[in-house]
Design a protein around this ligand. Structure first.
Ligand code: ADQ
Length: 476
């Protein structure tokens, strides 16, 4: 464990959660979430190390946490105190950056003490990476919580190659420049050799910002800073499609999917939403459109049933608590009006589920509804497609999810347009099976070629290509 690593992932969270068992002993459990889903397969292929926070608070004054192995992965936990969790994570990351980067759907708040902790915690991650990385290592920094790490790490270790990938959208100059510390963030990111985004639009926003804010002269996919070339490109993230295929073929999962439909009263159509309970995901509009179709008598709850899984998320942040109340009120109202004993119109689940159960739901659902107001990518949309082996099923997908640029045969919607959303539901509910299959097969073909391995390999290859151009040899 003490040896240096030549492939280091730096992310806010470790890919495991600490759980306390019934007998009081502690153990680690794989944690859900987009980033883990995406990066873990690559970690297993390469003998890498992962630096991240373990998800619980460390008492003030305690020293660093010891590294450990879990399920074949070398993990380096970063200690955060209660106060750092409140200010770096819940504060600056999730109440300043998260809403701002998602079109300021709710207003972003800025507080100087949050920023101070963001800087301090970013420095702790950079110090850990500098300590663990071997000479010439490839350090891959992830996401909005760690935007200052590339520059901090470069100052400590100019020999390592630094990649940075942002999992969420990157806003246009007009929004980004709200941030009181905007310059530090852009300079932080420019510490990397390669800055990756989910979409070409996000990459273009960043390049434009280097011109607007720092008066640099960006080219189409790169920008020169202090005599270095920083490449800036889109790398749309994906899923381990093969792992989903394996689960879809499991007899237990198939039986569970049949059971789900039976328990729902064998409706003609089952609609499904699966999201973290987040205000960016458009769960409210999705339910309102469903409710209005029931109100209008265009659908009936015997015919069409909705299942909404809303994974608990950021429950100490005020806006998330308010959202939960709002969604649960809406579900209650719909069921009060249209449900009957044993047959609610909306089946609502507010907890994390095992992967097998998610796949059984994907398999059972005729229509997957993914309606974010803004989403970096949205892996749920891709997971649904990966699970529809027989080519049946339909995907309703927001234009504002990164995934819409790739899953072009989905039924695309603008979630702000409730009439448009209702019309799209009806179109899909009455769609011709042959048309649905044609669409699904095209999306599946795309996904087979563009899985998470392809994503990671493209990123690593881009790093290598630049290195060879610089005459420094390959990363592998
Ligand atoms: P998220 O906002 O978390 O990810 P998403 O991409 O949909 O959104 O990933 C969610 C993941 O969690 C999926 O793999 C899903 O299967 C899993 N999940 C959801 N609900 C669950 C439940 N109840 N139980 C267990 N697992 C559950 C962020 C960005 C996205 C981007 C990803 C990856 O916001 O835009 O696609 O990172 O880069």
């Amino acid at each position: 464990m003490s040896s240096k690593s030549d492939f280091v992932v730096v992310a806010n969270r470790l890919p495991v959660d600490r759980v306390v068992d019934a007998d009081g002993s502690g153990s680690w459990r794989r944690s859900p979430g987009g980033l883990v889903t995406a990066v873990e397969p690559l970690m297993r292929k390469r003998d890498g190390a992962w630096i991240g926070w373990a998800g619980d608070a460390t008492p003030e004054g305690d020293g660093p946490l010891p590294p450990f192995e879990n399920d074949g992965l070398s993990l380096y936990p970063i200690a955060l105190t209660e106060n750092e969790i409140a200010w770096y994570y819940e504060g600056f990351s999730n109440t300043s950056l998260w809403p701002l980067y998602h079109d300021a759907i709710v207003p972003a708040e800025y507080h100087r003490e949050w920023w101070t902790k963001y800087v301090a915690v970013n420095q702790r991650f950079a110090d850990a990476a500098a300590e663990i990385a071997d000479t010439d290592a490839f350090v891959w920094v992830h996401d909005y919580q760690l935007q200052l790490v590339p520059k901090m790490l470069r100052e400590l270790r100019p020999d390592v190659r630094i990649g940075y990938f942002l999992h969420i959208p990157f806003p246009p100059t007009e929004l980004f420049t709200q941030i009181p510390w905007r310059r530090q963030i852009v300079e932080g990111l420019l510490g990397a050799d390669l800055v990756g985004f989910q979409t070409p639009g996000a990459a273009a926003n960043f390049l434009r910002l280097t011109r607007d804010l720092l008066q640099l002269k960006p080219a189409r996919q790169s920008v020169e800073v202090d005599g270095r070339t920083v490449r800036v490109r889109a790398f749309p993230i994906s899923i381990d499609a093969e792992a989903f295929t394996d689960l879809v073929n499991s007899p237990d999962v198939i039986a569970r999917a049949e059971q789900i439909r039976h328990d729902l009263g064998n409706p003609r159509r089952m609609m499904l939403g699966i999201d973290r309970l987040d205000y960016t995901k458009g769960i409210d509009k999705r339910l309102e459109a469903f409710e209005e179709l029931l109100d209008d008598g265009k659908i009936s709850s015997e015919d069409v049933v909705m299942v909404q899984v809303a994974t608990p998320s950021r429950e100490r942040v005020e806006q998330y608590r308010m959202l939960r109340e709002q969604i649960e009120r809406t579900v209650g109202r719909i069921n009060g009006t249209y449900g009957s004993v044993g047959n609610p119109a909306v089946n609502y689940i507010h907890r994390s589920l095992p992967r097998e159960e998610l796949v059984a739901l994907y398999l059972a659902a005729d229509i997957m509804v993914v309606t974010p107001y803004r989403d970096g990518m949205n892996l749920v949309a891709k997971e649904y497609v990966a699970c529809r082996q027989d080519g049946t099923g339909a995907l309703v997908l927001s234009e504002f999810a990164g995934a819409s640029l790739e899953l072009k045969q989905a039924f695309l919607v603008n979630p702000y347009d409730i009439e448009g959303l209702k019309a799209k539901y009806l179109e899909v509910l009455n769609a011709d099976e042959a048309d649905l299959k044609k669409r699904m097969r095209a999306m599946r073909r795309y996904l087979q070629r563009h899985d998470v391995m392809h994503w990671a390999q493209t990123f690593v290859d881009d790093m290598d290509a630049a290195r060879e151009r610089d005459g420094r040899g390959s990363a592998r």
